[in-house]
Design a protein around this ligand. Structure first.
Ligand SMILES: Cc1ncc(C[n+]2csc(CCOP(=O)(O)OP(=O)(O)O)c2C)c(N)n1
Length: 355
């Protein structure tokens, strides 16, 4: 009889920028000043978009909208580490990611007004449609990554989901397959502490989401999801690993949803005010601004010009979007399958032809 420790594991946590915008130079990823400015400008643009989309929903100019306020660094930091021909498999909270991945803002607005054509990926960028069902995109990403591996294209696939999605079977199936087939996939969990009203501690008894990767035989890391440099670094490392045939990574971005779950939610019913206030102070954009000021990369003039330029870009897209003709309601029936079923034809006729 023998009793021994077979294996011990550790989970790393990465933060590059602290809350005061001080940077750990040893951990700082290689980014030029121009690249840092581009990252900043994208963070501001998607924040302006997010607020505008929310306002438009409240004014009846847009359908249900899912905000991502607070999670900008997760989406921009990871997007900047990918190439256009890498694949992304986003969730509903990823409008910011899509914009950072060159998806035209006008199309994002189109999608949130119920027009599926809004999700058609621009040429030369491999953006898959966002997934409304929780977690289904994770298995799709693994399939794409496996295909890339078999074809030897050196592309990676990144999939985005919340911590709530890690309770679903899809997540575990995707993680297991990714580990067994050693595919170049990156699981990006935006752990925003709540799945609608379910707090993180009631979602799983694991201390971290990152450690779930251990069971599937690959690396998981937790990063400060408010810190855009930490997200970028973890993502760049995972991308490099995937491209060089070393398999999948799970990145847990530890962050907070600084808004309601959706435009149909009221988070004040289940989240303590003090908790929200504590997190809101950690704002990802303000943290980067503090760093950039110290480095002489940002002054009031530049900050104002980026804010006003972002507003102009978003307003221009809104004007274009509102001039677009509405889609034909018959499309609901026409494009579910390549060819309509008899039942769909009957239903369409019943609804539209007797009017
Ligand atoms: C398969 C499925 N079940 C339930 C829902 C309803 N639903 C929408 S969002 C959500 C919570 C998901 O939380 P999380 O995965 O943490 O992501 P977050 O919304 O916090 O970004 C649920 C249960 C859904 N969209 N899909």
């Amino acid at each position: 009889m023998t009793k021994r420790v077979l294996k011990e594991f550790k989970i790393e946590y990465l933060q590059v920028l602290d809350e005061n915008g001080n940077c750990d130079e040893a951990l700082m990823p290689k980014l030029s000043n121009d690249e840092i400015k581009k990252i900043y400008e994208m963070l501001v643009l998607i924040r302006v978009f997010d607020q505008k989309a929310f306002n438009m929903q409240r004014q009846g100019r847009l359908g249900t909208y899912i905000q991502f306020k607070g999670q900008e660094a997760c989406q921009v930091g990871s997007a900047f580490a990918l190439k256009d021909d890498d694949f992304i498999f986003p969730m509903y909270r990823n409008s910011g990611l899509l914009i950072a991945r060159k998806h035209p803002i006008v199309q994002v607005l189109q999608y949130w007004s119920g027009d599926e054509r809004g999700l058609k990926s621009p040429q030369n960028v491999n953006n898959f449609p966002i997934s409304i069902p929780v977690g289904t995109q994770e298995v799709h990403a693994v399939g794409a990554a496996w295909a890339a591996k078999l074809r030897g294209t050196k592309q990676v696939a990144a999939t985005y989901f919340g911590e709530g999605a890690t309770s679903k079977g899809d997540f575990h199936e995707a993680m297991n397959f990714a580990g067994v087939f050693n595919v170049p996939v990156i699981f990006v969990c935006e752990n925003n502490q709540y799945a609608i009203s379910v707090p993180r501690k009631e979602q799983t008894h694991s201390e971290t989401i990152a450690q779930k990767a251990i069971a599937y035989g690959f690396e998981g890391i937790q990063v400060d999801g408010i810190d855009v440099f930490a997200v970028y670094k973890a993502m760049a490392d995972a991308v490099e690993k995937g491209r060089s045939g070393k398999g999948p990574t799970l990145i847990e971005c530890f962050t907070y949803r600084m808004c309601d779950h959706s435009t149909s939610d009221d988070a004040s019913k289940y989240r303590p005010k003090e908790e929200v206030e504590m997190w809101v102070k950690k704002d990802p954009i303000e943290r980067l601004e503090k760093y950039m000021r110290k480095k002489g990369l940002l002054d009031d003039l530049y900050k104002e010009s980026i804010a006003s330029r972002s507003k102009d870009i978003v307003e221009k897209a809104v004007t274009e979007f509102e001039k677009m003709p509405a889609p034909d309601p018959k499309d609901i029936f026409k494009y579910v399958f390549a060819e309509m079923t008899n039942q769909q034809k009957e239903e369409m006729e019943e609804l539209f032809d007797n009017q």
